[in-house]
Design a protein around this ligand. Structure first.
Ligand SMILES: *Cc1c(COP(=O)(O)O)cnc(C)c1O
Length: 393
């Protein structure tokens, strides 16, 4: 069985492109060109050069000695938190801005919830001198003032989504409406391994630099390319997809996925999408998503804004259904404790999203010699206020 996308744009039964007819030309143009463009040596050169000089790659693979002693396994942290802008998201936005240029687009749109993807998009638009419009729910604009300020400093226009619950899904609707109205000159940068085909595959390929580096870094440190486990948190699933990519078809490598259980899986306030989700269509693809009995999307909840998404990318839905991936749901409380623990044992304050992945050690035991790689998707600076409130710091 292959865990990669098939030529129809599906991972197993999940994926596809469920889009309004008016979007078809845009998505089809991208589908017909993305692999061709990514294979061009000139594209690859420019992409690799920017990852190196602008993002700061390769990100280190750090052996966490004290954490390893604590949990009795060889624990490595893949330091995506050290990237420019503080997380893995920039790998994708760099790739997509180069793609947009190759397709002759001179205007970028994006949607953002907490603002992290909006900032990563505004950053690469500033880098390239391209017009950038970011849609954001009115409620989120009020909640995420620092990221709104960042986007403005970077020259982006932040447009409020005023309809519905005025959060991420409404911002997404506005972005799609914009794209329909501007099919010729505009590229829509989606921020995770979600959306209609070819987005999940394209984003996964841009993020796959993570597992590409893990392979040679582990070879240097352990004399072998493959870890026993690779572990990542899942919002839409892009950092996880990138961390898993080169190990997907190797059954010796355990794939571990961590979702946000919020206040508990059965609390009604969670984002444990795979466990709680049912098949449905969200964001243009068929996947697992949290929904009511009559198919309305349920508002997700997590203390970490980046995991607060009601669906999961189609790759991950497939990893869940097929049993290839081992899924855990981690509560707010366990994630916050794990974030504090990493800070004290290794001197690294993680993003709360990444802290969910670190909490796996309270739920799964590893063997003494297991080589375990955790993808540290982002740094905790953006979450300082949440840490302060939670721990009364
Ligand atoms: C956005 C974000 C995530 C979740 O997004 P994925 O697409 O699932 O990777 C995880 N960690 C950090 C630090 C983020 O900013």
């Amino acid at each position: 069985m292959s865990y990669n996308i098939n030529n129809k744009g599906y991972y197993g039964e999940f994926g596809g492109a469920y889009i309004p007819e008016m979007l078809y030309p845009n998505v089809e143009e991208l589908r017909q060109n993305y692999l061709k463009v990514m294979a061009e040596p000139e594209f690859q050169n420019e992409f690799q050069q920017l990852l190196k000089d602008y993002v700061g790659r390769p990100s280190p693979l750090y052996f966490a000695e004290r954490l390893s002693e604590e949990y009795g396994a060889k624990i490595y942290l893949k330091r995506e938190d050290l990237n420019h802008t503080g997380a893995h998201k920039i790998n994708n936005t760099i790739g997509q801005i180069l793609m947009a240029q190759r397709l002759g687009k001179n205007r970028i749109i994006a949607e953002t919830g907490a603002g992290q993807h909006g900032v990563a998009t505004a950053t690469v638009c500033a880098l390239m001198g391209i017009e950038c419009v970011v849609y954001m729910g009115e409620i989120d604009i009020a909640r995420q003032a620092p990221n709104v300020a960042r986007m403005k400093m970077l020259g982006a226009e932040v447009r409020p989504a005023l309809s519905g619950s005025r959060t991420l899904k409404d911002a997404t609707n506005e972005a799609i409406r914009d794209w329909i109205n501007n099919p010729v000159d505009t590229h829509y940068i989606i921020g995770s391994a979600i959306g209609p085909h070819p987005y999940p595959d394209m984003v996964t390929r841009f993020q796959s630099i993570i597992s590409e580096e893990i392979k040679w870094q582990l070879k240097e440190k352990e004399g072998r390319e493959n870890p026993d486990y690779v572990i990542a948190c899942i919002g839409g699933g892009s950092n996880a997809a990138g961390a898993y990519y080169h190990f997907l078809d190797n059954p010796d490598v355990g794939i571990v996925a961590i979702e946000a259980a919020g206040k508990g899986i059965n609390s009604g306030e969670s984002a444990a999408t795979s466990v709680l989700g049912k098949e449905g269509i969200i964001h243009g693809c068929k996947t697992l998503l949290m929904q009511t009995d009559d198919g309305q999307i349920t508002e997700p909840y997590s203390i970490s804004a980046g995991l607060d998404y009601p669906g999961v990318g189609p790759l991950h839905a497939h990893l869940y259904r097929s049993g290839r991936g081992e899924f855990y749901s981690i509560t707010d409380d366990d994630a916050m404790k794990a974030g504090l623990e990493l800070s004290k044992t290794e001197g690294i304050i993680p993003a709360i999203e990444s802290a969910h992945a670190l909490a796996v050690f309270k739920h799964k035991t590893f063997k003494e010699n297991d080589v375990v790689v955790i993808n540290l998707s982002g740094r905790g600076d953006k979450d300082l206020n949440t840490y302060i409130d939670y721990f009364n710091l």
